[in-house]
Write a new protein. Structure first.
Length: 177
């Protein structure tokens, strides 16, 4: 009888040493297993053991931002899916919906987030920002005004800044593939 208790105690101790899997990790595993991402989106996991923090590179194949490589960090906290992931652009880009500090203006990352949304929703939303910027909800008001006032000027500004150009006192990162 003592042997059985000793065995059970060892099993319980071994179970306690195993890392606990949070509800957020389970949900992220589910989201990742269901992802069908296009060739224009790449995901990188710097630490394969940490699926809550990863990088995404978007390379649009059409639109104003065609052929640029845009890098984002994703940080998912333990309240996911009840809270959206924190998404940050790592480059300085001339875009109505990205400010110069890398903050992203995407409604599903703020007030329109719902737990039924997934990582796929966020990736599609980010990709769509590069295909059709939204000048009605800007973080970069200057870029949004250029977009609304004269699309040709906006397009020229995008091309110049994607190559690491200088515009209105700001030097942008070269993001061309």
């Amino acid at each position: 009888m003592m042997k059985i208790w000793s065995l059970k105690a060892k099993e319980a101790a071994a179970e306690k040493k195993k890392p606990k899997i949070s509800a957020a990790q389970i949900r992220v595993q589910k989201d990742l297993s269901e992802l069908a991402i296009p060739k224009t989106i790449k995901m990188e996991f710097p630490d394969p053991e940490d699926i809550l923090n990863f990088n995404v590179i978007i390379t649009p194949d059409e639109g104003f931002y065609k052929d640029g490589n845009f890098s984002f960090t994703f940080a998912i906290n333990n309240n996911y899916p009840h809270e959206p992931p924190k998404v940050h652009c790592t480059q300085k880009i001339y875009h109505p919906n990205l400010d110069l500090q890398g903050n992203v203006c995407l409604n599903i990352l703020r007030e329109d987030w719902k737990p039924v949304l997934s990582l796929h929703s966020v990736l599609v939303g980010l990709q769509y920002l590069f295909l059709e910027p939204n000048a009605d909800d800007p973080l970069n008001k200057e870029a949004a005004e250029d977009f609304r006032a004269n699309r040709h000027v906006f397009e020229n500004n995008v091309r110049k800044t994607l190559q690491g150009g200088w515009l209105n006192g700001v030097t942008y990162d070269n993001v061309m593939a």
